[in-house]
Design a binder for this molecule. Structure first.
Ligand code: PMP
Ligand code: GLN
Length: 375
């Protein structure tokens, strides 16, 4: 008997496969289709001819840990000890998996706010913990009453994702302060803050857990260089946590991967010396606006998008199909791939909403909106 007979193939693999098979425009899986910064390409070329091909230290290349601490300091004013409070991971995915394995014991309950990204549940189940899935409210923001009612002395961890995939909503200061109060009230409770889209916000600023000292002691923040530097394929991210939690996370990390790809770590350390993330929001805001303008004459209704590179759209005026079937029809018949939002929940489609990724070249977005306006 295998351990995970019911775990399906990820929706991202499935939709990208269908997109290629149907020769469609792929607005499903979240990755950029444009070139990466040529400075980064030059750095990786120069780096690969140096002596950078052996294991880095377990928690990360010291230069990259230092540059990462500077990135966090510049963005949020938080001072971190690079050696003790930062861990370089094989993408945010490994940071999340490793943190869950380190913190969640059999029978522990973990709160997840739906719609939620797909890599939270399975590691909880593997740890023999119990995922407690709580819906976000109708605006995709936390329902604190429901969350508070769901916490017991068995609740070990709450996983939050802000800016939020798939909705693109961002949390308010009140949300962050309410969370801090809850963590204070429940001594056994920890917080995993998935902030991979932290630098992709538009009109409003992102309020990271790094900004709130009241959260630091109980919070693990997970970030991704893949999202911030358009290099999702590199699979490099990092985790920030206080030393006492980080020591436990490192115990798992050393046996899961031990250390992350050395060439990428050297290249990122060099790149980060002269690079910052300040322009990322405005870069993606132009794409969001281009995509939204292009769809303004379509029969899709667009939901608010405050951050991330995802746009939710209701297709209620177009079809009565459920979102999974609608996405299947969209990719096979109309040649545009999207993600059905119900797969981020543990129930079937209620809302008739799909997710489009706008991290694409302008011409890709224009071509896609032309098709979508005809549906
Ligand atoms: N969390 C969220 C909310 C995501 O959308 C993603 C996808 N990038 C990840 C985590 C995983 O990030 P990475 O590719 O760095 O593993
Ligand atoms: N995070 C990406 C998304 O939401 C997918 C990454 C993956 O394929 N695992 O589209």
């Amino acid at each position: 008997m295998f351990k995970l007979p019911e775990v399906p193939q990820s929706i991202f693999s499935k939709m990208s496969f269908l997109s290629t098979e149907n020769n469609a425009i792929n607005l499903s899986q979240g990755f950029p289709d444009f070139d990466v910064d040529s400075k980064l390409v030059d750095i990786i070329k120069a780096t690969s001819s140096k002596k950078v091909h052996q294991y880095c230290p377990m928690s990360g290349l010291p230069e990259l840990l230092k540059e990462t601490s500077t990135l966090v300091k510049n963005a949020y004013g938080r001072n971190l000890n690079p050696e003790k409070e930062i861990l370089i991971t094989a993408g945010a995915t490994q940071g999340i998996f490793t943190t869950i394995q380190a913190l969640v014991a059999p029978g522990d309950e973990v709160l997840i706010l739906d719609p939620s990204y797909d890599c939270y549940c399975m590691p909880i189940t593997l740890s023999q913990g119990i995922p407690i899935r709580i819906p976000l409210n109708h605006e995709f923001l936390p329902d604190w009453e429901l969350i508070s009612q769901s916490i017991t002395n068995k609740t070990k961890l709450i996983i939050t994702n802000n800016p939020h995939n798939p909705s693109g909503r961002i949390w308010t200061k009140d949300d962050m302060q309410t969370l801090a109060k809850i963590l204070k009230r429940w001594p056994q409770l920890y917080h995993l803050s998935d902030e991979v889209y932290e630098h992709i916000t538009f009109e409003k600023v992102h309020l990271s857990a790094n900004l709130f000292t009241a959260l630091h002691e109980k919070t693990v923040v997970v970030s991704s260089f893949g999202k911030s530097f358009h290099i999702t394929g590199w699979k490099v991210g990092y985790v920030v946590a206080p030393e006492i939690i980080m020591d436990e996370i490192k115990k798992v990390h050393q046996y899961l991967v031990f250390t992350v790809n050395s060439v990428s770590q050297h290249a990122l350390a060099a790149y980060l010396k002269n690079e910052n993330v300040k322009a990322l929001g405005s870069f993606y805001q132009k794409k969001r606006d281009l995509f939204r303008d292009g769809l303004s004459k379509s029969r899709f209704d667009l939901l608010p998008c405050e951050g991330t590179y995802f746009q939710l759209a209701s297709f209620k005026k177009i079809s009565t199909l459920n979102d999974v079937d609608f996405c299947q029809e969209l990719v096979t018949k109309h040649k545009v791939a999207a993600i059905p939002v119900s797969v981020f929940c543990d129930h079937e489609d209620k809302n008739h909403v799909v997710r489009f990724c706008f991290a694409k070249e302008d011409k890709t977005l224009i071509n896609a909106t032309k098709v979508l306006c005809k549906i």
